[in-house]
Design a binder for this molecule. Structure first.
Ligand SMILES: [Zn+2]
Length: 228
């Protein structure tokens, strides 16, 4: 008996020793969890009429299941979890003023819903945060008839069904005339807040830009489903 308890003590001591010697071990695990649940999807602009192929990489037909009639769907990292409705947002240094302006309009639109609260500032590790960024990406395949306008999404660290969302939303400024728009900013911020794609063209979450710059009733219902 005594021998066994000594053994346990030894195991415990070596665990403590490992953590003490390498305090990075805990943040490293955290990073892995965060990366595992990250979800970003490109938002596109149609150069032709064969755009529907682009939706989730599948062929869209009349038989495809429509999603989002009553409530815009929720991205998987924020499904069936509780999270705070308060976010701290900031812009990366290289974000031009024109992009800051459209994202600020989007922030105001989401704040006006009363469902979420987006505050300028940097999130603490236990708070929800959004980083706005810009990037450059050229059309890779001209035959696809699409231009990527932006991407964004939540990245949730979940502990006991409580999620801390370190989200991001960005615009592709290789095509500023197409991407630096309120509709695109609303869409990418929608992803960051946990909204997924909708099949309905009046939703800001329709995967192809329709110039929609007002949140639909279904979009509001989707947000309420996340921040209940
Ligand atoms: Zn999207």
């Amino acid at each position: 008996m005594k021998r066994k308890s000594w053994l346990w003590l030894l195991i415990l001591a070596s665990i403590v020793l490992v953590i003490k010697r390498d305090p990075q071990i805990i943040p490293r695990v955290e990073t892995e969890i965060r990366q595992a649940t990250i979800r970003v999807q490109p938002y596109v602009y149609s150069l032709g009429d064969s755009i529907n192929r682009k939706i989730n990489g599948t062929t869209k037909t009349a038989n495809d299941k429509q999603v989002g009639k009553v409530a815009t769907p929720v991205e998987s990292p924020l499904k069936n979890v509780t999270t705070s409705n308060t976010y701290y947002f900031h812009f990366k240094k290289d974000v031009p003023q024109s992009v800051r302006d459209v994202f600020t309009n989007a922030v105001n639109a989401y704040n006006d819903t009363g469902i979420v609260r987006l505050i300028p500032g940097t999130a603490q590790p236990n708070q929800n945060g959004i980083t706005f960024f810009v990037y450059h990406k050229k059309i890779q395949n001209i035959a696809s008839n699409t231009v990527e306008l932006g991407n964004g999404g939540p990245s949730a660290l979940t502990i006991n069904h409580y999620a801390i969302n370190s989200a991001q939303a960005g615009l592709n400024i290789t095509y500023p005339n197409l991407s630096v728009k309120n509709s695109v900013a609303l869409h990418e911020l929608g992803h960051a807040l946990g909204l997924a794609h909708s099949s309905y063209t009046n939703s800001v979450m329709y995967p192809v830009d329709q110039g929609v710059s007002t949140l639909s009733t279904a979009d509001l219902n989707g947000l309420r489903n996340i921040y209940k």
